[in-house]
Design a protein around this ligand. Sequence first.
Ligand SMILES: [Mn+2]
Length: 242
Amino acid sequence: MNRTLVIGDIHGGLKALQQVLERAGVTTKDTLIFLGDYVDGWSESAGVIDFLMLLESQYKCIFIKGNHDVYAYNWLAEGKATDNWLRHGGVATINSYKQVPEQALITHIDFYERLRNYYVDVQNRLFIHAGFTSMHGPDQEFHHSMYNWDRTLWELALTMDNRIEQHSALYLKRLLLFKEIYIGHTPTLNYKQGTPMNGCNVWNIDTGAGFTGRLSIMDIDTKTFWQSDPLPELYPQEKGRS
Ligand SMILES: [Mn+2]
């Protein structure tokens, strides 16, 4: 059984990542697609990156770039730390890097540089952290920061009137380009949901692991999913991004 498993926003919660891989019974036949935001939140951001690099050496992995990964990269590679980043989990990431030896930093920087803006598989399923705005698809995106910042794709997919048919001029054109679209970025907790959410052909796998939620991993062919314990239970002394 060759499964394709997608993993939502991790935000420094290494214990949650290890839990979901175990609960899903991941094997080397599986393909693991990580939707980004590996850092900023719980205390193990640098540890998450180390663990992802280890996974990469043992499993088929695809790593998508999240907006928080861009922040962390800008700090690591260029020394840039914006107030906005420091307020949204950056401090925890900086602290986690105090334990990383200087000579290992280059492998981390190299990892961030290899993250993909998006990935399309052989079944025409799109994997992207946030979204895209061009009706012609992500490869025609005018504003590349939309790959890891956009929320309109999800908001529109979630709220589009289900009476609008696909051939209608009113149908959201972006959704017609792919069989399915898998995203993170917007915690389902914002909608008082603790499990992956679906709107049209878009699946949101970010179940709020950076906040009070759990980390989720989903088998995209069967839509079966597994979850970690709630992150505040795994890191009881910490606040995460809350
Ligand atoms: Mn996130």
